[in-house]
Structures are given as structure tokens and as C-alpha cells.
Design a protein around this ligand. Structure first.
Ligand code: AMP
Ligand code: MG
Length: 224
């Protein structure tokens, strides 16, 4: 059975957040709003819990998940931050920018899709941040849809795909952006590569760090 609970997008009820956090801590799955799309969250450091995300979505297990954090400090415990990463996080977090960096050993291989890097971001959504804080762990969270279907922008769409497959849906209303996060690989800060164009544009990033970024081969030809 999938529990559904509505939360205020500015002042989510702490009892509901704590209930969701207990599910996360017990290795369960909770869908939650972010500013981009709804995420399907599990404790990113619990391999068994993360495995359930891949099963619920029917997602190929070599496709890495983004880790959602509630502070830059929390991100520093997960990945090797460099000065450029810190600057980008200070400028764009909380917000729709995912930073791919060398992973620290605490991140299970399944969360990273077997890679030695990991993507981290801090979402600009109060219920999401409160859930991460209350869970006391980063949340691995892809979009809360069955693989291949559109990313959900409201809780009803999550329910349609995920009812019976996950433990809880936090309904925080429609997402304000509705587009995925922009993903930057800054493993090598001399050579920053855009892996996905999302809600934050290339020029905005380039002017913030004062250098050009490259576009990954898989993105070339797509409209920027
Ligand atoms: P989704 O959560 O479904 O929007 O997908 C997350 C996206 O982040 C996928 O396109 C992944 O390939 C990308 N991603 C997450 N972690 C990494 C990583 N370590 N290296 C490269 N891409 C990543
Ligand atoms: Mg997706």
C-alpha cells in the first residue's frame, strides 16, 4: 500500500516529514516534490534501499542516481569537492544544478551505477530539504516515474505510475520548474563538461565561474 500525504510547500507538517523520514531510515521508498520534478527517494547510502528504486522504476541498474543533500557540507562528505564545485554550489544551490565529482567510498556502487563518480545537488524545495534533514542521510532520487514515461510534475502523476510500488508519496503541489536539473561533470575543474542541459543555462554557469564549459558528445546537436 502506498501512503499519500499532502504537505504545505512552505511549511510542511513536521509529523508528516518525520513519518516519511522513518520510512527512508527503514530502507523504504518515498516520492517527494523538488523544484524540477518529483523524485523517488531512498537512503543513498543503503544499497538494499537503492536497489528498490531500480526495481520500482524498471530502470537499468547501470544508470547512476543523483544524491540529494540539504547542505554543501553534506555534499562534501559524499564527493571530493574542488574550488570550482564549491563556487558553483554557493552560487546555484539550493537549485537545479547537479555536480558530478569523484565519489567517496561511503557511496554504495549501486547508487553510482558502478562509476567512481557521483552526482550531487541540493534541491530548492522546502519539503524536500526537510525530508533530507529529518532522514539524516542523502536521498538517492531519480524522477518518480516508470522508466521511459514522462517525469512527473505533480503527485497525481506519481500515483498513476507508482501506486503499490512505493511506500509513500508526499504531495507538495505542482513543481515550479518542471524541467530536470542541468548536470555538470567537474571531476576535472580545468575542463568542465555539461552532461545534460536543464533548468540552468550554459551562459549563466560560464559567467559565474569565468570560464567556458564543454558540451558532452552525447549532447551535441541538441538545441541549447
Ligand atoms: P534521472 O534521475 O533519471 O534524471 O537521471 C539522472 C541523470 O544523472 C542520468 O542522466 C545520469 O546519467 C546522470 N548522472 C548521475 N550520476 C552521474 C555520474 N556519476 N556521472 C555521469 N552522469 C551521472
Ligand atoms: Mg527521469
Amino acid at each position: 500500500m502506498t501512503i499519500q500525504a499532502t504537505v504545505d510547500r512552505n511549511e510542511p507538517n513536521p509529523h508528516i516529514i518525520n513519518k516519511a523520514a522513518r520510512i527512508i531510515q527503514a530502507g523504504g521508498l518515498v516520492a517527494f516534490p523538488t523544484e524540477t520534478v518529483y523524485g523517488l527517494g531512498a537512503d543513498a547510502l543503503n544499497a538494499e534501499a537503492v536497489k528498490k528504486i531500480y526495481v520500482a522504476k524498471g530502470r537499468p541498474s547501470d544508470k547512476p542516481l543523483i544524491l540529494h543533500v540539504s547542505s554543501i557540507q553534506q555534499a562534501s562528505g559524499l564527493v571530493e569537492m574542488n574550488d570550482t564545485a564549491r563556487k558553483l554550489a554557493q552560487t546555484f544551490w539550493p537549485g537545479p544544478l547537479t555536480l558530478v565529482l569523484p565519489a567517496k567510498p561511503c557511496i554504495p556502487s549501486i547508487t553510482r551505477g558502478g562509476l567512481n563518480t557521483a552526482g550531487v545537488r541540493m534541491p530548492a524545495n522546502v519539503p524536500a530539504l526537510e525530508l533530507i534533514r529529518a532522514s539524516r542521510t542523502p536521498l538517492a532520487a531519480p524522477s518518480a516515474n516508470i522508466s521511459g514515461r514522462p517525469s512527473p510534475k505533480d503527485a497525481e502523476s506519481v500515483y498513476r505510475d507508482m501506486a503499490g510500488r512505493i511506500d509513500m508519496i508526499l504531495d507538495g503541489g505542482s513543481t515550479v520548474i518542471g524541467i530536470e536539473s542541468t548536470i555538470l561533470d567537474i571531476t576535472n575543474p580545468e575542463r568542465i563538461i555539461m552532461l545534460r542541459l536543464g533548468a540552468i543555462g550554459r551562459e549563466e554557469i560560464e559567467s559565474s565561474i569565468g570560464m567556458m564549459i564543454e558540451i558532452s558528445a552525447s549532447m551535441r546537436g541538441k538545441s541549447l
